[in-house]
Design a protein around this ligand. Structure first.
Ligand SMILES: [Zn+2]
Length: 287
């Protein structure tokens, strides 16, 4: 029997968990540490906020990391200043989404070219019961008008929930500390605090206050040096346990070698109980 590190229940076998999500290009740092239900809950309630984060999606797009789906395109839907909607393909070419609005006998239509425009206008007039002769007149008019060509400036409205992002980082730290410090880490008071926060999120009981004091202050000069020395120009994640002040242990998680995506989680207040192992470097295979 083996014990799931999140719900503490015993199972005949556990499922494989990627400590840093597979969608971020990690296929090396993984272990059978969770039951099926906990693994699936973490995916739906915790890992998702990391995977959906726009900064992470931009990194994945740049490095063409597809994960289990497609390489993400965080800019695929945009809006211009007038509120017209656009689809943006992977080469960043915007295409307007066809639309037609009517006000009595006046109508206003948007389409990516004249043929598309004629198609939606014809459909709309037919539905309104106009005779084909009248419709053909309108089609002639469309042929004659100079279509308004322009390069739209798209506006993206981005919302990032930093709390959820931090929770996903806490999860990585908890699992990594367990993987490297062993079974005795499950009895660590700090381990249990982190685990309770993750469980509270899954049970929908979390408030922002839960995150207070979970992180070692900001990443300072010394730590940026560690990140810089270990990153291989945007192609790897870097994770390590390290002694921190007051006999504590921190877990430095540096995603994509980017200081803005790096955190140090306080994973234990009992440095003396453990041997701190070597850091891990996760290389991402380029396509
Ligand atoms: Zn479980």
């Amino acid at each position: 029997m083996c014990k799931c590190i999140l719900c503490n229940n015993k199972f005949d076998e556990l499922t494989e968990e990627h400590i840093i999500p597979y969608a971020l290009g990690n296929d090396t740092l993984k272990a059978n540490i969770l039951c099926k239900d906990c693994n699936s809950d973490l995916g739906s309630f915790v890992d998702c906020s990391l995977i959906d984060n726009i900064a992470i999606q931009i990194k994945r797009m740049d490095l063409k990391i597809s994960g289990r789906g497609k390489v993400p395109n965080p800019f695929k839907q945009g809006v211009d200043a007038k509120g017209n909607k656009y689809i943006v393909n992977n080469d960043f070419k915007p295409t307007i989404i066809n639309s037609i609005t009517k006000d009595g006998n006046r109508f206003r239509a948007h389409a990516s070219n004249k043929e598309e425009l004629k198609k939606i206008v014809r459909k709309s007039l037919t539905r309104d019961g106009y005779y084909s002769e009248k419709i053909n007149n309108v089609m002639d008019m469309i042929d004659k008008i100079e279509a308004n060509k322009f390069k739209p400036e798209l506006i993206y409205d981005i919302e990032i929930n930093l709390n959820d992002y931090c929770l996903a980082i806490l999860k990585i730290a908890y699992e990594y500390a367990y993987l490297r410090l062993g079974d005795s880490y499950l009895n660590d008071t700090r381990a249990n605090e982190i685990k309770d926060i993750i469980r509270a999120k899954i049970d929908n009981k979390i408030t922002a206050n839960h995150y207070k004091n979970m992180f070692v202050n900001q990443i300072n000069e010394e730590f940026s040096g560690i990140i810089a020395a270990n990153n291989l120009k945007d192609i790897c994640h870097f994770i390590m346990l390290m002694p921190t002040a007051n006999n504590c242990i921190g877990c430095l998680i540096s995603l994509f070698g980017d200081i803005n995506l790096s955190y140090i989680v306080l994973v234990s207040r009992d440095q003396n109980k453990y041997t701190i192992p070597d850091p891990d470097l996760i290389l991402i295979k380029s396509e």
